[in-house]
Design a protein around this ligand. Structure first.
Ligand code: BGC
Length: 577
């Protein structure tokens, strides 16, 4: 008997002995804090626990593991002893744990164009996630962002389906370690159309035609399925007049039947009450994030649906088969508890070396007049702006907190610290661009966007907190130093291309550094020429705010909007301009 048949038989044996309540329990994901008490794990037959924004499971990794082990024991004390899956939004390293290695966000990895690096980063994320008690990550985001106003552009690798598919494959293989006890389950998200909504609205309407969806958005999902991805998360957007969670054609007919995805389709946050209750189950959602008060309504609603015949038993069985299949494949039955020995690996130098390489390779040189860069060791330098010395600001959303942090965090280095390592003389630091500093040759001015996540980052959306241009304050830093006649090198920290045409004009050198994460000191290694620039733009770069009058920004499908820099642009020291 081949191992697949053996596995499928094991699943059938389990399934045939399960009550409806036990099956619905497996389909339920809860938060580890307010929704449940440990005893509920047992009495409600819970299948999975999520950790995201909210109280931490404990102080250090040992307590995190202990907390999850306590919940696991409850699950293992049920009649069928089916272990829990523990999921986390570890989307650029185990970013919910302070002290973990934080990689550049995916947009930076997309710029690196280096799938080997993405695979290494993913396997490190898997190790550090396992070390903190998880066996499932909600990553990678494989969206194709078509409008920079979307607040989640940085979560995705690129506007190019080909590049995204390559990086997706690398990420999934890295996370899952070809499946088994070594890796964690990965999640391709958000299926489908999250990044391609009209006007870049998070959870908005995706009005691309079916052919365009297939051509532009599907390739990364095909790559994910070919790489054995364990789960796919449904998206908040609507398509064809339906919330994606209730889009049976896309989830069941396309994803499961045509593309033969045999893993778990997980819902997004609170989807049961938001997107049509049992409609989402009938459309093919297998596990529901029954959070924020949704737990009982979900379990009871599905039970009633099965009893009154509006949900077929076969649909429930399909969901449970998929969940059990992954639990078996990832060795949960043999190894349900976290491995204590992994704790020592969190944030170790060997992991940070890879993250620093990712920082270097993600940087894109957009301008370098008269070879202003590389900086020389004896050049007199002033470093300008709060982003230059703040690891929170340089890391973006989903870092320590959901919305990121504006504070320095444990284990990280800043851009200023990196520059200081290269300079024998004292490096001046002008925190807010107002210091009276004249006697320097070069100002390295670090500007950028404050951290944001999800709809908080939409431009012109519900929250309206951000803009496509730099803030006046950051623009002033550049003008002030230019007016002093000092050479200006701008390092832009942002989760997306911004409209910086004038600032590029004013500056002598301009670098897009995206959201580098914990290894801020890696930036100096390129600025000082220890390494050359490698990064290439993973997006078409806009020239003005007028580029955003239509549904999408500049992208390589629409030749009517000419970008300032095309997709793939990036100078090197070998080709200065
Ligand atoms: C996001 C997902 C995330 C989930 C769990 C949602 O709001 O859209 O990407 O995985 O929350 O935190």
């Amino acid at each position: 008997m081949n191992s697949n048949t053996e596995l499928e038989q094991k699943i059938e044996t389990f399934l045939s002995g399960m009550t409806l309540e036990e099956k619905i329990g497996q389909m339920t994901q809860v938060r580890h804090f307010d929704d449940i008490s440990p005893a509920d794990i047992k009495s409600k037959f819970i299948g999975s626990v999520i950790h995201t924004q909210g109280p931490l499971p404990g102080e250090g990794a040992e307590q995190w593991q202990a907390k999850f082990s306590e919940l696991q024991k409850q699950a293992l004390s049920t009649r069928l002893q089916i272990p829990l899956l523990f999921g986390v939004d570890a989307i650029h390293g185990q970013n919910t744990y302070e002290g973990a290695t934080i990689f550049p966000h995916n947009i930076g990895l997309g710029a690196s164009g280096n799938p080997d690096l993405v695979q290494k980063a993913a396997s490190i994320t898997a190790i550090e996630s396992k070390a903190t008690g998880f066996n499932w990550v909600f990553s990678p985001c494989v969206a194709i962002p078509m409008n920079e106003k979307w607040g989640r552009v940085y979560e995705a690798f690129s506007e190019s389906p080909e590049l995204t598919a390559i990086m997706t494959k690398a990420s999934i293989i890295g996370h899952q370690e070809k499946i088994g006890n070594k890796g964690v389950m990965a999640t391709a998200k958000h299926f489908i159309g999250d990044g391609s909504t009209d006007f870049g609205v998070e959870g908005g309407l995706t009005s691309l035609s079916r052919d365009e969806v297939f051509e532009r958005l599907l390739p990364p999902y095909k790559a994910a399925i070919e790489s054995g991805v364990a789960s796919i998360m449904a998206s908040f957007n609507t398509m064809d007049g339906l919330p994606m969670h209730a889009h049976k054609f896309m989830i069941t007919d396309l994803l499961k039947d045509q593309l033969q995805f045999d893993g778990i389709v997980i819902s997004d946050w609170k989807a049961y009450s938001r997107f049509g209750q049992n409609d989402i189950i009938n459309a093919g959602i297998d596990m529901v994030m029954a959070v924020d008060g949704d737990l009982d309504g979900f379990q009871e609603g599905v039970r009633t649906g099965v009893l009154d015949g509006s949900i077929s038993e076969e649909r429930i069985n399909d969901a449970v088969r998929r969940i059990l299949r992954q639990k078996f494949k990832f060795g949960l039955f043999e190894n349900p508890f976290p491995d204590k020995s992994l704790i020592a690996k969190i944030g170790i130098p060997a992991h940070r070396v890879v993250a620093r390489q990712a920082v270097r390779e993600s940087m894109v040189l957009l301008k370098n007049k008269n070879q202003t860069l590389p900086l020389k060791k004896n050049t007199k330098i002033v470093v300008v702006g709060p982003f230059a010395n703040n690891s929170g600001l340089q890391s973006g959303g989903w870092t320590i907190n959901w919305q990121g942090t504006k504070e320095n965090y444990q284990g990280a280095t800043t851009i200023l610290e990196g520059i200081q390592k290269f300079q024998d003389s004292e490096v001046k630091f002008d925190l807010d661009g107002t210091a009276n500093i004249e006697d320097v040759d070069v100002a390295v001015i670090v500007v950028g966007e404050n951290p944001y996540a999800e709809f908080f980052g939409d431009i012109g959306g519900e929250m309206d907190l951000f803009q496509l241009t730099l803030t006046d304050e950051h623009q002033k830093y550049i003008k002030a130093y230019k007016e002093k006649g000092i050479k200006v090198v701008v390092v832009l920290i942002s989760g997306r291309p911004l409209v910086v045409t004038e600032q590029i004009e004013l500056s002598d050198a301009f670098v897009a550094a995206w959201l580098p994460g914990s290894e801020g000191d890696g930036i100096a290694e390129v600025l000082f020429g220890q390494f050359d620039f490698k990064g290439k733009l993973p997006h078409s770069w806009p020239k003005s705010e007028d580029d955003y009058q239509g549904k999408y920004g500049p992208n390589f499908w629409d030749k009517s909007i000419e970008p300032l820099f095309p997709f793939g642009f990036g100078l090197t020291y070998q080709s200065p301009k």
